[in-house]
Design a protein around this ligand. Structure first.
Ligand code: FES
Ligand SMILES: [Fe+2]
Length: 359
């Protein structure tokens, strides 16, 4: 497995951004051990319903805050109190700012009794964590997924876990520029247009062609606007057999190991009637088609060696630009504009649209 340093991404091993850490259902009143960004963490839900993520190890004597089933703190239901979490070992309790707010056998609470906490937002049925190697508050809003989650006429997605891949996130984001893989991997036909637009922290891919995995009839066109708002997840507005919206998340577990998920929402009617069980079944079947298309990429990533420098040819898409764009998230925030300035703008790889000049 190759690390961020091997790829020469920048000063940080893990990037800045919003990252999926699981389905909303994974946050409960029972604290759970999770691991991302090379760190042991604990996820729990407070009494108000708000999810929290804190470092796993207690500053007192290092007990794991979640990996316990026998302490009387856990057995007596004192593990989560209000919004606070209590350590199973000596019962120190930590609030939402991470500071210890109760020690059962002492009025004195040391200042250093503090857990690191991470901003977490629950949206579209998913838990999102803000990771920042500089420890700063989010400077970008979490995406709103086209506003389609819960929108009348749209069937909400389920979460497809795609595996923990021995591939760095950059290999997945490379896909944005990967014109040459669409025919062999996805069965693209009748190419009309393929382009990438680099806009500061956003990266778009515009695709217009047939798609053997995703269209019902070989002659149907698929028109996709696919983008990243930061390094952690892809969104795609797709016009095909149905209007739909894809989300693909990739979160570092270790440096060079990436957890991947896929989800898709489908517009099944115009919102003027109730959604039926039949609609839902149809949407799930469409999601499964999209999952299979993504699994075609995943099979490559799960088995490839690291590609530190693509042997790129002129007819490939702009891998180099994508990698430069990606580096902004592995360097201090105030350096991001330097990377953006080097890539900002539209890069057209193919344009066969009638009335348009070939690029
Ligand atoms: S180790 Fe957590 S309270 Fe002592
Ligand atoms: Fe792909």
């Amino acid at each position: 497995m190759a690390t961020s340093r091997d790829y020469g991404l920048g000063e940080f091993d893990f990037p800045r951004g919003w990252f999926m850490i699981g389905a909303a259902s994974e946050a409960t009143r029972i604290p759970a051990a999770i691991r991302y960004f090379g760190k042991d963490l604990v996820l729990y839900r407070g009494e108000s319903g708000t999810p929290y993520v804190v470092d796993a190890y207690c500053p007192h004597m290092g007990a794991h805050l979640a990996r316990n089933s026998t302490s009387y703190i856990v057995r007596d239901g004192e593990h989560v109190e209000g919004e606070s979490i209590r350590c199973p070992f000596h019962g120190w309790r930590f609030g939402t700012d991470g500071a210890c707010n109760h020690i059962p056998y002492s009025d004195f609470i040391p200042k250093a009794a503090k857990l690191q906490t991470y901003p977490v937002v629950e949206r579209a049925g998913i838990l999102w964590l803000w990771h920042d190697p500089e420890g700063l508050a989010p400077d970008v809003d979490l995406a709103n997924f086209g506003g389609h989650y819960g929108e009348p006429g749209w069937v909400e997605w389920k979460i497809d876990y795609m595996g923990d891949l021995n591939s760095h996130g950059i290999e997945i984001v490379d896909n944005m520029a990967d014109f040459g893989h669409f025919v062999p991997i996805h069965g693209a036909t009748d190419w009309q247009y393929f382009a990438n637009d680099f806009k500061e922290g956003h990266l778009h891919q515009y695709y217009s062609a047939g798609h053997r995995t995703l269209t019902a009839n070989p002659e149907d066109m698929l028109v996709l606007d696919t983008w990243y708002e930061g390094p952690g997840f892809l969104q795609s507005e797709m016009a095909g057999t149905f209007d739909s919206f894809i989300m693909i998340a990739n979160t570092p577990v270790e440096d060079g190991v990436t957890r991947s998920w896929h989800a898709l929402m489908v517009k099944v009617h115009d919102g003027s009637r109730e959604t039926t069980a039949e609609d839902r079944a149809l949407a799930l079947a469409y999601q499964e088609g999209s999952r299979l298309a993504f699994a075609q990429d995943v099979e490559i990533w799960a088995n490839k060696r690291a590609c530190l420098n693509p042997l790129a040819i002129p007819a490939d898409g702009p891998y180099g630009k994508v990698r430069t764009w990606y580096r902004q998230f592995y360097n201090p925030r105030d350096k991001a504009p330097e990377f953006q300035a080097r890539v900002n703008g539209l890069h057209v790889t193919l344009d066969k649209r009638p009335g348009h000049k070939a690029a």
